[in-house]
Every structure is written in C-alpha cells, then in structure tokens.
Ligand binder design. Structure first.
Ligand code: MG
Length: 381
C-alpha cells in the first residue's frame, strides 16, 4: 500500500525536493495533499503533475488563482490543520519560520509521522514537542541535514558512550569577510549561499550563523542533550553533516553530498534506505575537507543562541521572533546586516524572563512581544 503524504510548504525548496523524491519513488507514495503560502502558479503545476486529493493555499487572496476542486481547496492555518486531521500517514512540514509551529503541533496531536524541516517548531516549542512525542508516541523524524545525520548516528550509540555532538556549518557566504566588510553587505549577497540552495529566510540565517544557533536549539530538544555538549564546527565543503564524539575520544561522522533529497528520503521512508538518483559523492574529487572554529566575534548570532538557551525558554522564543523581524528588515533594505544581531541581543536583554514555557498560548505571547519590541526599534515615527 502506498503511504499517503501531505506536504506543507510544497512550493519551497524542501517541498520541491520532496516531490522530486516522490517522483523517483512513485511505488511508495501517494501525494495526499499540498499546501503552500501563496505561490499559486507553481502550486498549479504541482497539482497537475501529482494529482493531490486536497490542497491548501495559506494566503486567502490567492485562492481564485488555484485550479482545483473548490470543495477540496482550503485556505489559512485552519485549512492546513484540517488537512493534517485527515488520513495522511506522513506530514512533511517545510513551512518557513514561525508559521510552521501550529501545523507541527497538530501533526503530533493527530499522531502522524512528522518529517520536520521547519526548525522554528522546535526552537519555539521544543519543551512542548519533546513532551508530546514522549507521551503520545507520535513520531518525529528530522529533515534538517545535520539533525538527520545525528539522528542516524545516535540510533546506534548508548547514551553513556556519548560525549558531544557536533553540528557542521558551511560558514555561509561571508565566512572570510572582516567586521568592516560585513557592515556593507547587501541583501542579494546574503541570499546567495555557497553550498546549499535554500529558501530566503534560512539562507540569510546561514549568512549570520543564526541558522546554526537555531540548529543547536533544535538539537537540544530533539536529542535531549545539554547545550554544553553540542558543538558547532565550520566545515565549508558541507560533506560531513553531523559528528558524534564518544567517551573513548573516537568520532563517528556522517558524510553525504549537500543534497536535501537524502535526508528527505530518509525521513519519509521512516529510516529505510532506497536508491536515489542524485549525483554520487566522490571523495577523490573533493580531496580536502577542512574544519575550524566559528568566529563568534564576527558572527555573534551563534553566541546569542547559546546565551538564550542558557537563559531559558522565553529567551529562546524572543531570540527567534526578533531574528525573524530583523532578518526581514535587512532583506527590505531597512537595516544593515550587522544590525541583525544587535537587535536580537537588545530583545534578549529586555524580554520578560521565564525559564520554562510549556504552554502554547504563552509561547505566542512572548513571540508577539519580541516581534513588536524589535519592530519598534527601527520604525520611523
Ligand atoms: Mg541545516
């Protein structure tokens, strides 16, 4: 029997790659539903090709542009939730930013297999999600490449054998720029990633290294591990994705080409490996793998993420919300690249501190507080 799959964020980079994997493994999957934010044209092409049973377009204003049976076409976050409540086996959450949280919670509530690419879900509600997974037996499989690597490595390692986990970072497009040069970088330069082709938000987060900060937070909840045992290591070739250090000082690393189809296929096949038509990894062609320590002086966002984790749940929520607002302001040309961490740090210093947040309403309250606080910092009166 084919597994029914629901893809949230189908027109984004992860969504498109998921459909490519499904295209290669048609015997295994049926596209149950597609949802996206507002790209009606691409959504229409996907509908034509993959013939989903249900469709949702988040942006109500785009509804008329979607060529689909009106009785099976939903809008908004409630439309997505309605689709999640139906009988898909797997929900791929590839929505960008905080909009992804509610669908993740709904998928876990409905005991779906959640293939999670939306890292903000775990950043905002890691404590809540960890509890839900433990209690309900719902399954969460990470799609983020580093976490997929670590998930696979940790499967075969006893807890008492583990010393640290390492998340690799490409270092982003500005890895070699000095502090002064960073002040002048333009949005189009920040949105051009050297090794990964991804959506706008995550590409910018990779340039500031906030993406790694969010990934450290993600790993903290996903693997129930103290932040002091999570290390970030810069590895520009993006071939090693996750590394574990064991108590005998041996390392086990996971290697693959930087192609998201690999972690996507692993997640939607629930850990069963199948042949994948992608370019194979050639170590001879790569020949050199390099590693170094991230420079927290030039890229303070990563330090801020560790600070927020040490400070508590509300700090992490504020960090994420403030970063979303500041990143958008930079993309719109309203602030400088180097202003992003300054604004985030300011929100962290002023947020109402709460060590543990385990209800969703409070999460949104803090999120809203930080959003407004940061917006007010660069608003022209
Ligand atoms: Mg990643």
């Amino acid at each position: 029997m084919k597994k029914k799959i629901l893809i949230l964020g189908s027109t984004g980079s992860i969504g498109r790659s998921t459909l490519e994997v499904i295209g290669q493994q048609q015997d295994a999957f049926e596209v149950f539903g597609l949802a996206c934010k507002g790209q009606a044209d691409l959504l229409n092409q996907q509908i034509e090709k993959f013939k989903p049973r249900y469709v949702c377009i988040y942006d109500e204003g785009q509804k008329d542009k979607v060529n689909f049976d009106r009785n099976k076409l939903f809008t908004g976050i409630n439309g997505m939730k309605a689709m999640i409540g139906m009988d898909a086996h797997i929900v791929v959450n590839a929505l960008p930013g905080s909009i992804g949280l509610e669908p993740s919670l709904e998928a876990l509530r409905c005991r779906k297999i959640l293939a999670l690419a939306n890292k903000e879900s775990l950043v905002m509600a890691g404590r809540v999600i960890a509890k839900m997974v433990k209690k309900s037996g719902a399954k969460l499989i990470p799609v983020d490449s580093e976490h997929s690597a670590l998930y696979q490595l940790l499967k075969n390692i006893r807890k008492k054998e583990l010393k640290t986990i390492m998340i690799t970072a490409s270092g982003g497009p500005f890895r070699k720029l000095d502090k002064d040069a960073l002040e002048g970088v333009r949005p189009e330069e920040a949105l051009n990633h050297p090794t990964w082709k991804m959506g706008q938000k995550i590409t910018l987060d990779s340039a500031t290294l906030m993406n790694k900060g969010l990934e450290v937070i993600e790993a903290r909840w996903l693997f129930n591990i103290e932040p002091s045992r999570i290390r970030v290591i810069v590895h520009p070739e993006s071939i090693l994705h996750g590394i574990v250090e064991l108590v005998d000082h041996s390392f086990i690393a996971y290697m693959a080409n930087p192609d998201m189809k690999i972690p996507i296929a692993y997640a939607i096949n629930e850990g069963v490996r199948k042949p994948l038509a992608i370019s194979p990894l050639s170590l001879e062609d790569i020949s050199t793998l390099t590693f170094h320590t991230p420079d927290l002086g030039r890229f303070p966002s990563l330090r801020l993420a560790y600070d927020a984790l040490a400070s508590g749940d509300s700090a992490v929520i504020a960090l994420n919300a403030s970063n979303e607002v500041a990143s958008q302001a930079f993309i719109e040309g309203r602030i400088r690249f180097t202003d992003i961490p300054v604004l985030v740090e300011d929100a962290l210093e002023h947020h109402p501190g709460q060590a543990e947040v385990d209800d969703v309403a409070t999460i949104w309250e803090i999120h809203q507080w930080a959003t407004t606080y940061t917006e007010n910092k660069f608003k022209t009166p």
